[in-house]
Design a protein around this ligand. Structure first.
Ligand SMILES: Cc1cc2nc3c(=O)[nH]c(=O)nc-3n(C[C@H](O)[C@H](O)[C@H](O)COP(=O)(O)OP(=O)(O)OC[C@H]3O[C@@H](n4cnc5c(N)ncnc54)[C@H](O)[C@@H]3O)c2cc1C
Length: 448
């Protein structure tokens, strides 16, 4: 796989080569095994190594850590093809959980921490996860309760995290903790500031104070080693994503070296919000691929299944279902490409944490996960990411529903792609910022 020479121009050759590689990998090494992995509740750890060997895990990361820098336009076909041909949200969520766990490390970790953590994850030897959501709530991030108290050269962490992808196996967990006070740092607006909106600038004045300030200004990001004493994990049973290891985490006086603090104390909320943009774009691209997987299965079935003496596809009603799927797929694909191109043109912002110098332009030229979707993103672009996530997941929902209908009774049977994806729709509409929260954030960004 060739590194792209700059972030704004992506060669069609690179995209085709990437799509072909990922398609082959997904068809041969994921799709045939998903039912067995879902039944077992996990996929083999060796899949991480295999994905790393192909460059799948390292796409979008600097070469010095074993990655291949890549723009949004190059990462889009990765998510899309992996979803379309692997057809498993469970595999995708856990195999790529480093894409939500590592960017804060890359953007805000010290050189030593980056060098310790990133290479083994990109090599598929270790697993990274992100833990923000708590049992008391995920949308209202500013109110999270897990605490980290400074004691000498360590932080002492206490609290719980809920629904954490790769939570059972992660070797590194990027955890949102409260170092400052609870409560609100500002009066909530008419619709609450939540999973995706920044507090007003005044509230950010608290950054740089020990622990940060109140509410959102009192949140920090701490990287916690998975083997830490006092960390316990329990596996959660789910509607879908059955082979993904989703966990409840408990921290009982977990001692974490202070060198694992990412960014300044109190800068956590901004780091979290920055991270969400690229996560949401990835979810949209995946939803597109899953919608296509449903379409592919429904079309193949409609061509070979006969009713009333004709193939299903000969019936106009069935053809209309298929073109209705295409209409949504094509609009989602076009919007994904447009949002990716805008991000690569600079609208996704830069990686500087508040109060810290801007990061230098990397010598390799192409953007990485740390530069993209981060602080300073254009608000109209952020609004588009939110709306795109909603549109893409609605496309996936529509296509899963239509495909199951076209498959008839077979669509209700375990073993079909559409049945699995039908069960995986809801998490796409909730995780990474629920639909209602996406609308709220988009409205705010658009000044509505
Ligand atoms: C399988 C799975 C994997 C996940 N993986 C991770 C992970 O790796 N890391 C992580 O940190 N989290 C993870 N999550 C958590 C996910 O991000 C949260 O579930 C999500 O953000 C919603 O939070 P919540 O479940 O607490 O819902 P709540 O915040 O309690 O909200 C419940 C419902 O109310 C709606 N709502 C809330 N506030 C408002 C409002 N003001 N106006 C209108 N509607 C509102 C929400 O949109 C939602 O529909 C995962 C979740 C699932 C299911």
């Amino acid at each position: 796989m060739n590194a792209t020479s700059n972030a704004t121009s992506v060669s069609e050759e690179d995209r085709t080569a990437l799509t072909d590689t990922v398609t082959r990998f997904a068809r041969t090494e994921i799709a045939p095994h998903v039912d067995a992995w879902d039944a077992a509740g996990e996929f083999p750890r060796s899949l991480y190594r295999r994905a790393a060997d192909l460059g799948v895990l390292g796409l979008g990361y600097p070469e010095q850590y074993g990655g291949t820098p890549a723009s949004y336009q190059l990462r889009l076909p990765l998510w899309r093809a992996l979803s379309r041909h692997g057809a498993s949200g469970g595999v995708l969520a856990s195999l790529l959980s480093h894409n939500i766990g590592l960017p804060p490390v890359l953007a805000h970790g010290s050189d030593a921490v980056r060098a310790e953590v990133i290479p083994p994850v990109l090599a598929g030897e270790q697993i990274a996860a992100l833990a923000i959501t708590e049992p008391d709530g995920g949308s209202d991030v500013a109110q999270l309760r897990t605490t980290a108290r400074r004691e000498g050269d360590d932080y002492i962490v206490n609290g719980e995290k809920a629904f954490i992808t790769s939570g059972m196996r992660a070797d590194w967990i990027t955890v949102a903790v409260r170092t400052g006070d609870a409560g609100r740092d500002y009066e909530p607006p008419r619709s609450p500031a939540s999973h995706g909106s920044l507090p007003p600038e005044g509230a950010l004045a608290a950054l740089g104070r020990p622990g940060g300030g109140k509410g959102s200004a009192g949140i920090s990001m701490l990287l916690i080693p998975g083997h830490s004493a006092g960390l316990s994990r329990s596996k959660l049973d789910k509607m879908g994503w059955l082979c993904s290891d989703t966990a409840h985490l408990r921290f009982d006086n977990v001692r974490v070296p202070a060198r694992y603090l990412l960014g300044d104390e109190g800068a956590g909320f901004r780091i979290i919000m920055s991270n969400f943009n690229s996560e949401r774009f990835g979810l949209a691209a995946s939803a597109l691929g899953f919608a296509e997987a449903c379409y592919d299965e429904a079309l193949a079935w409609a061509r070979q299944r006969k009713t009333f003496g004709a193939a299903l596809v000969e019936h106009q009603v069935i053809r209309h279902k298929l073109v209705d799927m295409q209409m949504r797929i094509q609009s989602t694909a076009a919007w994904c490409e447009s949002v990716a191109a805008q991000a690569d043109a600079g609208r996704a912002g830069n990686a500087a944490a508040p109060g810290r110098p801007q990061p230098q332009q990397p010598p390799w030229g192409a953007a990485t996960h740390a530069q993209q979707g981060s602080v300073g993103a254009d608000s109209a672009w952020v609004a588009q990411v939110c709306l795109l996530k909603n549109h893409a997941t609605q496309t996936m929902q529509f296509c899963a529903d239509q495909a199951v209908q076209i498959l008839g009774g077979m669509g209700f049977m375990r073993g079909t792609v559409s049945e699995r994806i039908y069960r995986e729709v809801k998490v796409m509409m909730i995780g990474g910022g629920a639909e209602e929260i996406m609308k709220d954030l988009a409205a705010k960004q658009l000044g509505i």
